[in-house]
Design a protein around this ligand. Structure first.
Ligand SMILES: Cc1cc2nc3c(=O)[nH]c(=O)nc-3n(C[C@H](O)[C@H](O)[C@H](O)COP(=O)(O)OP(=O)(O)OC[C@H]3O[C@@H](n4cnc5c(N)ncnc54)[C@H](O)[C@@H]3O)c2cc1C
Length: 462
C-alpha cells in the first residue's frame, strides 16, 4: 500500500482506525494532542479498587467492539456483569424506587399513578408520528406513553446515556432503535416484546446480564492497540491546520511538544470532537464546518469513590440509581461498580461512581473539587436515607468537557449533509468519532473501522 495516512485523536475511534490501517500495511501515524492515549477510556487502579474514568461497560451484542476484542486476542478477558445486580433504582419523591424492567414490573411499580399506567397501556394503539418530521425524545414519548411517564422515566434514560435534554435530543438521531420499533411494529411495547423473544431464541442466554467489559477494564482494549501501534503514535502532538495541496494530498500543520511542523499526507482521519474538526476544516470546507459547529456537547463530571461498606448502611443491591431532574438535586446518579464487577473493590468495600453536570447543569463542571465532594456526599447520604455523611477511603474527580455529543433533533440529517459537503470540498479527509454515527464505544469502533475501510478503498495499492 502506498501513501501516508495521518489519524488525529487517540481515543477508541482513532486507535481503531489506525490499528486497522496498520494491519493492512499502510504507513500510518496517529497523533494525540494530550500526553495520554485512550481518550475518555482509562482505568484508575488504587488501593485494591479499580475505577473507570469514562465508559465502564458495553451493552448487548456490541458486535463491532466484540470483533475488535477478538482481533486483538483479548476474548478470554471478557467479563459479564453480575446478573444478581440487574435492578436499577430511581430516587423519586423522597425515596428509592425500583425502575421497572418488565411489563409486569411497570404495572406494579409505585413510580406511576394508575392513570399514568392506563395511558401507557394504550401505547400499542397510538398512531405513528409524521415520517418527515423528527420529534424530540420528550415529544415522542409524550405522544406514545403520556407526559407523566415521560417526565419521570424517560428523563432518566436520557440522563443515563447522554446527560442531555429530552426536549432537544432527537428520537431518530439519539435512539434510532426506538424510532424503528414504531415504524416496524407500530408500537414500542410490541417492538420490545419482539426483541425479547428474538434474543431469547438466538442466544438462549436467558437471565444473563447484557452488560460486559474486560477483566482489567475497557482500557485493556485501547492499551493493546497502543502497544501494537508502538512508535506510530505521537502524543503531545495536535493537528492545528489542514490544507489541500494543489498537486494533490494534504499538508497538515502539527504542534508537537510546543514546536510547529508541517507534514504531508495522502489522507487524514479526523477522530477528534466536532468543535475541533469544525475549526480545522472551516477554511476549506466552511459549509460542512458550520454544521459540525452546531453539534452541542455535554460536560460531565465523574466522581470515583471507594467506601468501606460500614460507611453506607443505606446501600442497596443493584446496579445503582438515577435521579430525575425534577427532584432538583444536582447528582445525576450513582453506579455501584463493584456490584456489577465484584473484583473492582476489596472484600467488604464498594467501588462507586457518581455523576454531575450534563446539558441541564453545565456549570457543575467548574465547581472546585472540595465543594463537589461535599455536595456529592451530602446528596448520597440523603438519597440513601442515612444521617451520617459517608467518608470515602479513596476519592477522585474526573472532568470531561465537550466529550458527550448531543444527538439533537436533525443530527443525522446534519451528518449526512456534512459527509456530502466534505466529500465535495475535501475528499482526502475522513471523519470518525462519537459524534458521527453513535456515541457508544461499540458505535465508535464501528465508525473507526469504516473510516479505515474508506481510506483503504481510496489510497491506491502498490
Ligand atoms: C463519563 C463517560 C461515560 C461513558 N459511559 C459509556 C458506557 O458505559 N458505554 C459506552 O458504550 N459508552 C460510554 N461512553 C461513551 C464513549 O465512551 C465515548 O463516546 C467514546 O469512548 C469516545 O471515543 P472517541 O475516540 O470518539 O473520542 P475521545 O475518547 O474523546 O477521543 C478523542 C481524542 O482526540 C484528541 N484530540 C482532540 N483534538 C485533537 C487534535 N487537534 N489533534 C490531535 N488529537 C486531538 C483528544 O485529546 C482525545 O484523546 C461514556 C462517555 C463518558 C465521557
Amino acid at each position: 500500500m502506498s501513501g501516508r495516512v495521518l489519524v488525529a485523536g487517540a481515543g477508541v475511534s482513532g486507535l481503531t482506525a489506525a490499528w486497522d490501517l496498520m494491519q493492512a500495511g499502510v504507513d500510518v501515524t496517529l497523533v494525540e494532542a494530550t500526553d495520554r492515549t485512550g481518550g475518555v477510556i482509562g482505568t484508575w487502579d488504587v488501593d485494591g479498587y479499580r475505577f473507570e474514568n469514562g465508559p465502564a461497560a458495553v451493552q448487548g451484542d456490541a458486535l463491532a467492539f466484540r470483533s475488535l476484542v477478538q482481533d486483538l486476542g483479548l476474548e478470554s478477558e471478557i467479563v459479564r456483569a453480575s446478573a444478581d445486580h440487574r435492578e436499577r433504582h430511581l430516587y423519586y419523591k423522597g425515596s428509592m424506587k425500583k425502575l421497572p424492567r418488565t411489563f409486569r414490573d411497570f404495572f406494579t411499580s409505585k413510580l406511576f399513578t394508575p392513570r399514568q399506567k392506563i395511558r401507557a397501556m394504550l401505547e400499542p394503539w397510538v398512531r405513528a408520528g409524521h415520517p418527515d418530521r423528527e420529534e424530540s425524545v420528550a415529544e415522542f414519548f409524550g405522544r406514545r406513553v403520556g407526559r407523566g411517564v415521560t417526565m419521570t422515566w424517560v428523563d432518566v434514560i436520557v440522563s443515563g446515556v447522554y446527560a442531555g435534554n429530552p426536549n432537544r435530543l432527537g428520537i431518530r438521531s439519539a435512539f434510532p432503535e426506538l424510532a424503528e420499533m414504531e415504524e416496524k411494529h407500530g408500537s414500542i411495547i410490541k417492538g420490545m416484546k419482539y426483541l425479547e423473544r428474538t434474543r431469547r431464541r438466538d442466544s438462549g442466554r436467558v437471565g444473563a446480564s447484557p452488560l460486559w467489559s474486560l477483566r482489567g477494564g475497557l482500557g485493556v482494549v485501547t492499551q493493546k492497540m497502543v502497544e501494537d501501534l508502538g512508535d506510530r503514535i505521537q502524543c503531545n502532538s495536535s493537528v492545528r491546520k489542514v490544507v489541500r495541496r494543489p498537486e494533490g494530498g494534504l499538508q497538515i500543520g502539527l504542534t508537537s511538544d510546543g514546536r510547529d511542523e508541517l507534514v504531508d499526507a495522502d489522507r487524514l482521519i479526523l477522530a477528534v470532537n466536532a468543535a475541533t474538526a469544525s475549526i480545522l476544516l472551516a477554511p476549506t470546507a466552511p459549509e460542512a464546518a458550520d454544521l459540525m459547529f452546531e453539534v452541542e456537547s455535554s460536560p460531565l463530571v465523574v466522581a470515583q469513590a471507594g467506601f468501606d461498606c460500614g460507611q453506607l448502611p443505606g446501600l442497596r443491591n443493584g446496579y445503582g440509581y438515577l435521579v430525575p431532574r425534577c427532584t432538583r438535586l444536582r447528582t445525576l446518579g450513582w453506579i455501584f461498580e463493584s456490584h456489577l464487577f465484584p473484583e473492582r473493590a476489596p472484600e467488604g468495600k464498594v467501588a462507586m461512581r457518581g455523576f454531575l453536570g450534563g446539558v441541564l447543569d453545565p456549570l457543575a463542571i467548574d465547581l472546585p473539587d472540595d465543594l463537589m465532594r461535599h455536595l456529592l456526599m451530602g446528596e448520597l447520604a440523603l438519597t440513601l436515607g442515612q444521617r451520617k455523611l459517608p467518608v470515602p477511603e479513596v476519592f477522585r474527580i474526573v472532568r470531561w468537557k465537550n466529550r458527550l455529543p448531543q444527538y439533537n433533533v436533525g443530527h443525522l440529517r446534519r451528518m449526512d449533509a456534512v459527509r456530502r459537503l466534505l466529500g465535495a470540498a475535501m475528499p482526502e479527509v475522513v471523519l470518525a468519532g462519537n459524534w458521527i454515527a453513535g456515541i457508544s464505544v461499540d458505535a465508535c469502533v464501528k465508525r473507526g473501522r469504516e473510516a479505515a475501510r474508506e481510506v483503504l478503498d481510496a489510497v491506491p495499492a502498490v
